[in-house]
Ligand binder design. Sequence first.
Ligand SMILES: C[S@@+](CC[C@H](N)C(=O)[O-])C[C@H]1O[C@@H](n2cnc3c(N)ncnc32)[C@H](O)[C@@H]1O
Length: 251
Amino acid sequence: MAYQLPQLKRILIWLATSKEVTNFTYGLDSNNRLQLASIISLITQVDTNKVLSYFEEIEQDIDLRELIKTSICQGNSLDRNSSDANVQYGRRIGWYAFVRILKPKVVIETGIDKGLGSCVICSALLRNQAEGHSGQYYGTDINPDAGFLFTSPYDQVGKILYGDSIESLQLLSESIDLFINDSDHSADYEMEEYKVIQEKLSLKSVILGDNSHETDKLQRFAMNTNRKFIFFKEKPKKHWYPGGGIGIAWS
Ligand SMILES: C[S@@+](CC[C@H](N)C(=O)[O-])C[C@H]1O[C@@H](n2cnc3c(N)ncnc32)[C@H](O)[C@@H]1O
């Protein structure tokens, strides 16, 4: 009961206060947030405090927070009606820190949904650009209505490729520095994405998998392509959802 009662309370609060029925948003438990910073520090060789400062940078980004609130409150599409205006970014703060640290020239995110990850990533690219490191974001989504949050200024450093992700990736001619898989969550489709990008990955590329709490595909891809792999398990704060995670593959 001690384990389950808090969960029951969270479910009741979610039922009464949230519009989200999928792709839930929440913050990370404070220990979990620190663990994510340590993992990123180990991989990138950047001090943990520096990683934490990037987390704070995006968490305290008032412009993005305002854009999300305005877009969701003023909209009337089905997507907007299943989105909460007061979002937190969960594991996406890890995506943000990777973009800030690695200064990638090309970042891909497959599967954008409302565009929350897109805005978080492009916010990092805009700050990189202001510091003299420009980079380009490509998001993919099969849903032509996806990405209602992805507006100015974030669309200045990125674009959405609508259609099947595999097909969009096949057509991409640029070298990929950071790849985030978050589209069709079936194991076979996930692996297919890694296979399509394999020859397009730059030497020091990093691959982040949003399916590694469910499948071993990114780990297997890492083993087959001589990359290292680690999995960060997300622990949501004050939410009943058990959490996803970030599979990380790097050379
Ligand atoms: C979990 S959501 C993505 C969440 C997003 N990355 C974020 O940060 O909030 C998955 C998305 O993948 C898209 N999707 C599903 N199958 C796809 C496919 N074959 N090609 C491209 N996108 C696909 C869905 O339309 C959905 O918007």
